[in-house]
Design a protein around this ligand. Structure first.
Ligand SMILES: C[S@@+](CC[C@H](N)C(=O)[O-])C[C@H]1O[C@@H](n2cnc3c(N)ncnc32)[C@H](O)[C@@H]1O
Length: 403
């Protein structure tokens, strides 16, 4: 990728080559994205953003108190340009809390289309009770939108499961030569059925079964007969139990459908993320007040992307998204306006490259390695270039040489 003159490469802050596919940029996200758009439009598989929530607080590294219209306007402008960066099967995940969630959802619906709204995830961001408030707010939201919901439905990943889980579900009680299987119900809700799905099944042992009340069989009679002949229906060891369908491990798409309730025990909390940061920077008095845990970002990236895909975060904060993306072998673009990008993010990613072992490192067996390039975005350079171009145009139009 060739960067325009507005991007100034900083060798000291970088590690590796200027053309690295892992990019950090210091600057205002909207201005930076506008300049990056021609090169990265349609290329990002997953965008995660965690903007200031407009919760009225002021933190060490950034301010979170804005006029609501201004805040909404700014974030809408950024979301509009971010949409163009997504691949056709890409998705964007937006962290937000109670205060502005409803307002942001309406804006995001307008930008991405209500039909492309995927879900709202509720993440338990704290496990302790805050007794000084009317309610102890223990959760935040993550709004998920697809660029195109049907493409995303096909490409999104299931959650990984371990061998123990598979062995507990798939067994082979009849020594079927096709290998382990699990049985699932052979009936479906009657409301979705057609008349040919209501009939009596006769098992090979002669037992008769009608569908349970309010249900019909999953197949019509002809198909059910074929499945029974093919030994794909299980009537129990004695051949007299309610019929169930055999689903073979060899043909199964193994994995769990993601749920919308994400616990702090499984995906970390703001506190656990802060502890991780403190362990990375033991000598710093102030680290970052509102970091996300790597476990949370890992789950997002594993659902929404694969190794080698591009991930983008343009409200980078302490750099959790890019640290996690790097440990998961994704490429990244990270944009941050504040000095934390050099004070925390650059140092953090250098530690990750050196094999840092906190956060998700142990889970993913992270050993270190990789590179990244750091750029300063210089808006003035861009404006000066525009002025120069304008002057040149004026000269061409008005200062025609006398013949
Ligand atoms: C809530 S924090 C993100 C925390 C991050 N997810 C983490 O894990 O550390 C929001 C960040 O967005 C940055 N930010 C706010 N407005 C920005 C803008 N216009 N361009 C780039 N970054 C911006 C702030 O400086 C702040 O660091």
């Amino acid at each position: 990728m060739r960067f325009s003159k507005s991007f100034i490469y900083r060798q000291q802050q970088s590690q590796g080559h200027p053309d690295s596919r892992n990019i950090l940029i210091k600057g205002d996200n909207h201005a930076v994205l506008t300049e990056l758009e021609p090169s990265f439009s349609g290329m990002i598989k997953c965008i995660y953003i965690d903007p200031p929530y407009n919760n009225g607080d002021s933190y060490h590294y950034y301010n979170d108190r804005f006029n609501q219209n201004l805040w909404l306007n700014n974030i809408s402008k950024t979301l509009t340009i971010l949409k163009t960066f997504l691949t056709e099967d890409g998705s964007i995940w937006i962290s937000i809390d109670d205060k502005e969630m409803a307002y942001l959802k309406v804006e995001a619906d307008k930008i991405f289309g209500r039909e492309n709204f995927v879900s709202t995830i509720v993440w338990q961001q704290r496990k302790t009770r805050e007794n000084r408030t009317i309610f102890s707010r223990n959760h935040e939201y993550i709004l998920v939108y697809a660029k195109d919901i049907s493409a995303f439905k096909k490409s999104r990943n299931l959650l990984p499961v371990n061998d123990e889980f598979i062995n507990s579900k798939y067994k082979n009680p009849d020594n079927d030569p096709r290998g382990p299987w699990q049985s699932i119900t052979a009936s479906v809700q009657a409301g979705h059925g057609v008349p040919s799905q209501f009939y009596t099944i006769v098992s090979p042992s002669g037992s008769k079964f009608i569908p349970p009340k309010g249900r019909c069989w999953a197949y019509n009679e002809e198909r059910m007969q074929r499945e029974i002949q093919a030994n794909n229906i299980w009537f129990g060891f004695n051949g007299k139990n309610t019929p169930r369908i055999k689903k073979f491990l060899s043909k199964a798409k193994i994995g769990l459908t993601p749920e919308t309730l994400w616990s702090g025990s499984q995906y970390g909390t703001t506190d656990s993320a802060k502890k991780h940061l403190l362990s990375l920077f033991p000598n710093k008095k102030e680290v970052f007040d509102t970091p996300k845990p790597e476990e949370l970002i890992k789950n997002i990236l594993e659902i929404a992307s694969n190794e080698g895909d591009y991930i983008l975060d343009c409200y980078l904060g302490s750099g959790t998204t890019i640290a996690t993306a790097h440990k998961l072998n994704r490429h990244f673009i990270g944009i941050e306006i504040g000095n934390q990008i050099t004070e925390l993010v650059v140092e953090r990613i250098k530690k990750v490259i050196a094999g840092e072992n906190g956060g998700i490192s142990k889970t993913v067996n992270w050993k270190g390695g990789g590179e990244f390039a750091f750029y300063d975005f210089d808006k003035k350079k861009k404006e000066n270039k525009r002025k120069e171009q304008k002057e040149a145009l004026k000269f061409l139009l008005f200062d025609k040489p006398q013949l």
